[in-house]
Write a protein that binds this ligand. Sequence first.
Ligand SMILES: [Zn+2]
Length: 199
Amino acid sequence: MKLTRNNALILIACAAAWIFVMIRVANHEPVYEPREIVAAPAEVERYARQQLNDLQRRSFAEQREFCGVIVEDDRGTLSTLEVFEGDIASCSYENSGKVGLKPVATFHTHGGASVVFDDEAPSFQDLQSDIATRLDGYLATPGGRFWRIDWQSQTANLVCGEGCLEQDPNYRPCPASAPETQYDIKRLQARFRNASATC
Ligand SMILES: [Zn+2]
């Protein structure tokens, strides 16, 4: 009798857990938990900002993107294992990791000012890539804009505008395509679909 009651309780608990999972799926929430990051979000952002600012001049001079991964140790001390060189419009990083270090965010520059690429906002691929790796991403643009991609809300958010990071001397503002302060995937796709070829 006791055994039967226990079995019933287990079944009820399983059903409750199942309903909980289904409700989360129905609400489009991920069923996995976010990474546990020791460093405070403001500290990660400050680190990313400094890292990107330090890469801006070289990025303009060499007309290429630079990228990498910010990691932390058990105490939340942040560092970058390697800065990767990309080309004019892309950059690939390796996230091979190291024992005792956990990835907390990605970062990349957008190279130098260009009339060909819409590089003052994150690209659709930037957003997709950070969501896929479940890491926030930080971006510096030639105009000196600083963006944060939030993988959980799946949005790109302007942290600070034109000139708040080092700016390419060749950068010329394009008011017609000045970016908004926030994009989700759909709005970012629409921006690139509707981008005008000239400024
Ligand atoms: Zn990008």
